[in-house]
Ligand binder design. Structure first.
Ligand SMILES: [Zn+2]
Length: 225
């Protein structure tokens, strides 16, 4: 470990058959020093300090580009394709998500904002489909970055949904929304509550099972945010 400008930088040294020393910043953000046999640690540390500006800039570039490579999106794994461009634009295809970014923005933040909007659209549509037949009234709907729950419903009728739900299949999102809407009728998990959920979502056990099995993947997906 090396400390540059109060930042701890981890580095590894690989002794190789070569004549010169090379410093590389790997995509993981770890600094790798490749050097011939017999180079002292002290020499390496001094060299790293000398190159500190260059190292920090490279680590910053990697962080800005994000570590996002593949995500679950509406129940399907999609590869993230990053392109630097003039604008910040996201487009979703069958198995790829294209993220064009202008190099100044954090990719994970950009993708989270996009996911929030997309999820809001889906959630509002589901609420509109059910609110009349369920005979419910609600106050506000918000997409939030919640650490432990998929959704919540306050006594004031405010509904919150976890932005990470965007990774789940549509029918699972629908179940979570119906679950929270049913809390507007029963603020508990009583038999009556589950009877209400079954009425609008007969396959709810299957959906909540999906969340139990895959939930940790969704929770880890945007762990840096
Ligand atoms: Zn509940």
């Amino acid at each position: 470990m090396l400390s540059i400008n109060n930042k701890d930088i981890s580095f590894t040294v690989r002794v190789m058959k070569r004549k010169t020393i090379a410093i590389m910043v790997l995509s993981t953000g770890i600094v790798e020093v490749r050097c011939p046999k017999g180079v002292s640690n002290k020499y390496i540390e001094e060299l790293l300090k000398k190159k500190s500006q260059w190292i920090l800039k490279n680590i910053e570039d990697i962080n800005r580009g994000g570590k996002l490579e593949e995500v679950l999106f509406l129940g399907k794994y999609k590869k993230i394709h990053k392109i630097e461009g003039k604008e910040n634009l996201i487009s979703v295809e069958n198995s790829i998500i294209n993220i064009q970014y202008n190099g100044k923005i954090n990719i994970e933040e950009l993708f989270t904002n996009y996911s929030k909007e997309k999820l809001r659209h889906i959630v509002v549509e589901i609420i509109n489909n059910y609110k009349d037949i369920m005979g419910i009234n609600f106050n506000k709907v918000a997409m939030k970055n919640i650490k432990t729950r998929w959704g919540s419903c306050s006594s004031k009728g405010n509904l919150n949904f976890n932005v990470k739900l965007i990774g789940a299949p549509l029918d699972v999102i629908e179940y979570v929304v119906i679950h929270e809407l049913c809390h507007l009728i029963h603020m508990n998990h009583s038999k009556e509550f589950w009877r209400e959920v079954s009425k609008y979502c007969p396959g709810h056990k299957e959906k909540s099972h999906w969340l139990k099995v895959n939930g940790h993947i969704l929770m880890n997906m945007f762990s840096n945010i």
